[in-house]
Design a binder for this molecule. Structure first.
Ligand SMILES: Cc1cc2nc3c(=O)[nH]c(=O)nc-3n(C[C@H](O)[C@H](O)[C@H](O)COP(=O)(O)OP(=O)(O)OC[C@H]3O[C@@H](n4cnc5c(N)ncnc54)[C@H](O)[C@@H]3O)c2cc1C
Length: 462
């Protein structure tokens, strides 16, 4: 890519990954154009191009750090807009692998407000930059260029009077941030370029989500939310997480062949599949505020544009268009932000010319930990399919250790802290092997955990 001041960058897709990439590119280009299929709503509302936006979207700590470093003051804006900041494990009732977590003092916080609000705040901040313009209501339908270099995009306006007309727009760099449904592999084929190898792991996981207002919280005043993680022995997940207006977004999920229903009564009945009647009892008394919405496209997919010969110059993929995760671990937005930080750092590195491949490798590296967590867990789920399902011998050793970590995390404060820091992408996986953690994992019993969902947080030092 070289140092390309004085040039034009096009970003395909104006959602989180696209907006944050545009923000970074604005520091290096004369003009950045974001092309977005939707017309943006004037306010925090769901839109068709982001159908997953009706489902819970937590912002993990790794993502908070990344967004804040890109858009200083963002977290204060998010809090001011009312997004709940929820302490883990203190504020939540959490269940995993047959154990309730002790509600020890929080070692991390997540934001659980609506996806639409978070995205709107990012969009507002990014589009305030005069270097960035946005072309709304327009599809990218192809690329310009050849096997060696991408030179722009082909656009099609979606408005009815000009529908079908195509326009070529030249660019020195095209960033694909068009999400998990990206058509970039087909666009690259059409200009004679190589198609990236795709790694996939699909458990057939399906979500259904619905907003409820309860009489008082989930379990009572001291509890912000409730969440059951799935495991190979208990494949259903579910919970209720607080939104900015005091309501809760309730989610249930199941695997292929037992997908959760979106019919009103059946949605409630489905929660009986969870390992405790807590959520089902609460729903019986709570008032539904929306219909239930379903979502089924949840496979882990990683496109290896970073491999030699896999990508022409002038083209970089980011966000879900590069790497999509099973959403149950809540990582995608965090990774979109961490990828933008990686893009920023790769473009600014004074020691290396930022070639397309170098930049793409840096962006992909930002998603590696999230991929290892999500793909590593899904590989073990019953019925998982895809090209990356089989792990190597190293995975089997790691699996044994991680199984022990999961057994210890609910009851042991030291292991629990390390586990959460890795799962929220705030610390590298090596945090799980730090001496105090390894000692507890290898040599101590897992620690006592509550027999029933704990209704209140533990006092510090308890
Ligand atoms: C059910 C579900 C729950 C999730 N929960 C969480 C969570 O709790 N926490 C979390 O961090 N992540 C979560 N995620 C992941 C998160 O939604 C994504 O990782 C995140 O939105 C990535 O953003 P993106 O910008 O890459 O893609 P998207 O947000 O999908 O945006 C893609 C954009 O590109 C536009 N577009 C597509 N094609 C074109 C085209 N040809 N031309 C122009 N524009 C186009 C679309 O309109 C859209 O605006 C969840 C995902 C799902 C499916």
């Amino acid at each position: 890519m070289g140092r390309w001041g004085g040039r034009h960058a096009v970003v395909v897709g104006g959602s989180l990954a696209g907006m944050l990439a545009a923000h970074v590119l604005a520091g290096h280009a004369d003009r950045v154009t974001v092309v977005e299929r939707d017309r943006f709503p004037d306010g925090p509302r769901a839109r068709p191009g982001v159908p997953q936006g009706r489902h819970p979207h937590v912002l993990l700590e790794g993502g908070q750090v990344a967004v804040e470093s890109l858009l200083p003051g963002f977290l204060a804006e998010l809090r001011a807009a009312g997004a709940p900041r929820v302490g883990m494990p203190s504020d939540l009732v959490l269940w995993q692998n047959g154990r309730w977590f002790r509600r020890l003092p929080a070692t991390t916080h997540i934001y659980t407000g609506s996806r639409a609000q978070l995205e709107e705040l990012v969009r507002r901040r990014v589009l305030a930059n005069p270097v960035i313009s946005v072309t709304e209501g327009t599809d990218v339908v192809g690329l310009l260029g050849d096997a060696s270099r991408v030179r722009g995009v082909v656009l099609r306006d979606r408005s009815s009077d000009v529908r079908g007309e195509q326009q070529a727009v030249e660019a020195d760099l095209v960033v694909d941030a068009s999400g998990s449904g990206t058509k970039a592999p087909q666009w690259l084929t059409a200009i004679g370029a190589a198609v990236p190898h795709e790694e996939t792991i699909d458990t057939g996981l399906a979500y259904a989500s619905r907003v409820y207002r309860g009489r008082d919280g989930v379990l009572g005043g001291d509890t912000a939310g409730y969440y059951v993680y799935p495991s190979p022995d208990q494949v259903h997940a579910g919970g209720a997480l607080p939104l900015e207006d005091g309501s809760h977004l309730v989610i249930v999920s199941g695997l292929r062949g037992d997908e959760p229903p979106t019919d009103d009564d059946e949605f409630v009945t489905y929660t009986k599949r969870l390992p405790h009647p807590l959520l089902h009892r609460w729903l019986d008394e709570a008032e539904p505020l929306t219909p239930a919405f379903g979502y089924r496209r949840t496979a882990n997919v990683r496109r290896r544009y970073d491999l030699p010969g896999s990508c022409p110059a002038g083209f970089v993929a980011t966000g879900d268009a590069l790497c999509t995760f099973n959403p149950i671990y809540g990582q995608g937005m965090a990774v979109a932000a961490m990828s933008a930080v990686a893009l920023r750092d790769a473009l600014a590195d004074p020691r290396r010319t930022p070639t397309t491949r170098r930049v793409q490798r840096a962006v992909l590296a930002a998603s590696r930990q999230a991929w290892d967590i999500s793909a590593g867990a899904d590989r073990k789920m019953p019925g998982a399919t895809g090209s990356a399902v089989a792990g190597g011998p190293a995975d089997r050793v790691a699996d044994w250790y991680l199984q022990r970590v999961q057994e210890c995390a609910p009851g042991d404060p030291v292991v629990g802290r390390a586990f959460r820091s890795v799962l929220t992408l705030a610390a590298p996986v090596t945090a799980l092997f730090a001496p105090p953690v390894a000692r507890a994992v290898l040599f101590q019993p897992p620690g006592t955990t509550p027999a029933e969902p704990p209704a209140t947080p533990e006092e510090p030092g308890a």
